[in-house]
Write a protein that binds this ligand. Structure first.
Ligand code: UD1
Length: 422
């Protein structure tokens, strides 16, 4: 297992290119299952989660070709050979459940293992299943698998989500494109990744209105065609790299970033005393002299502060002037980075879904362990600002969601290196 060694060394300056969004790509790829014609995705990120989704789609009979070093994915699902998403692949990544809606809509039946993924709470899939049931699917849970059938096809229906779920909205949206009649998704997720998916599906011939609002209306069509679509920029990677100069000082321009993707996050950065400016090429982040100010953070569905930036924000607030309260409202058990940050000298008190962070002048380097994807990068950010050396072990989590993290950070002056096989 690889480790990453980070040595704190002061201000960062330069540019960091932001990749296409992992979470958008992971829902755009299964959309290939809806059509016999090719789907080409450009601006795809090069990540292990994307490779896992490729393997899963290939096991179903899809062809997945990587071009331009993986930045272009050519997908084709002309002939499906299987309707079963096996546990061995699904357990590696929760987003595998996103093949369920498209498979069922296209083939009338699907068998999908219940997912695994990051250990950040129970993360059930009941909302995905209820949405498909509202469209006429017959479901059975047996041997750890969801067995889904819609012998005479899915039909439109009204799906009212009791709370916002990104994945359940995506599954329902994809399934509804081929359902008979009109489907209305109420209390739908509004994330940019949903908007990106709807835009891609529309290019394939789907009839969708209202994406980006909490009511999405889909008029089912008989078949979808092919399309070429560019994956939206990764707002979580963007926010993560925006925090690098915020933590270390300096000025970094994140290429491809836009305020609209990270507005609530930028508002919190502003309150903490970090300047963010939209440029022609992206977002420029500047930290002046002196400590950042403590700010409170509440994670919420988009357009609120994203849960996927909570750990990284905690790394910033660990050295802020004052006491910050972070409330995690999306996932229980998403403070596993807190004890690791405390090993570096952070003062954090976790009570249920709330973490109280009392800023210290300086963190100290320490050996720490990555526990999930976003936690791992928060430890790297903390290490950039700490005195001495920080070794982050178990970085395979990191590789699921961040491409070339060492290259991107060293290009702006960070001292960071990967040690292979430790
Ligand atoms: C997606 C993102 C993930 C992000 C999360 C919230 C992908 C691949 N992953 O995950 O990075 O952290 O959105 O922004 O896009 N829930 C249920 N039942 C369900 C579904 C969800 O109870 O059927 C709960 C979850 O446990 C969680 C909340 O709903 O507490 C929100 O989860 P959801 O929005 O579905 O997250 P994901 O789509 O899994």
């Amino acid at each position: 297992m690889d480790s990453i060694i980070v040595t704190g060394n002061g201000p960062l300056n330069g540019q960091i290119p932001i990749a296409g969004a992992k979470n958008a790509c992971l829902t755009l790829m299964p959309a290939t299952l809806l059509s016999e014609e090719p789907l080409t995705l450009t601006n795809a990120p090069r990540l292990s989660d994307i490779r896992t989704m490729s393997t899963l789609l290939q096991s179903l009979g899809a062809e997945v070709a990587q071009m331009q070093g993986g930045q272009v994915l050519a997908l084709s699902s002309h002939d499906l050979v299987s309707h079963k998403a096996e546990y061995d692949i699904v357990r590696k990544m929760r987003a595998s459940i996103l093949v369920l809606g498209p498979l069922l809509a296209r083939a009338g039946h699907a068998v999908v293992s219940l997912p695994g993924g990051c250990a950040i709470g129970a993360r059930p899939v009941d909302l995905h299943l209820k949405a498909l049931e509202a469209m006429g699917a017959e479901l059975e849970l047996r041997d750890g698998y969801v067995h889904a059938r819609a012998p005479s096809g899915l039909r439109g229906g009204v799906v009212e989500f009791p709370f916002v779920s990104v994945g359940a909205t995506e599954n329902a949206l994809m399934a509804a494109t081929l359902a008979r009649g009109t489907t209305v998704l109420k209390n739908a997720a509004r994330e940019p990744e949903i908007v990106d998916l709807a835009q891609c599906l529309r290019r394939m011939g789907a009839r969708i209105e209202g994406e980006g609002t909490s009511t999405i209306t889909i008029e089912g069509v008989d078949r979808l065609g092919g399309a070429t679509h560019a994956v939206v920029a990764d707002r979580i990677e963007l926010g993560t790299y925006m925090l690098a100069p915020a933590i270390c000082g300096g000025e970094v321009e994140c290429l491809g970033g836009r305020i609209a993707l990270v507005e609530a996050f930028c508002e919190r950065l502003d309150a903490a005393g970090i300047r963010v400016e939209e440029t022609a090429a992206g977002l420029k982040v500047t930290r002046g002299n002196g400590r950042v100010r403590a700010v409170d953070v509440v994670t919420e569905p988009f357009p609120g502060f994203p849960t996927d930036l909570q750990a990284q924000m905690m790394a910033l607030l660990a050295t802020a002037d004052g006491v910050s309260v972070l409330e995690e409202r999306i996932f229980e058990n998403r403070f596993m980075h807190a004890p690791e940050l405390m090993r570096m000298g952070a003062k954090i008190d976790v009570q249920g879904g709330t973490a109280t962070v009392t800023g210290v002048e300086r963190l100290r380097g320490a050996p720490v362990m990555a526990t999930d994807l976003r936690a791992s990068v928060s430890l790297i950010l903390a290490g950039l600002a700490a005195e001495g050396e920080t070794t982050v072990s178990r970085v395979y989590h990191l590789d699921r969601g961040y491409e070339h993290v060492e290259d991107k950070l060293s290009a702006v002056g960070a001292r960071i290196e990967r040690i292979t096989g430790q």
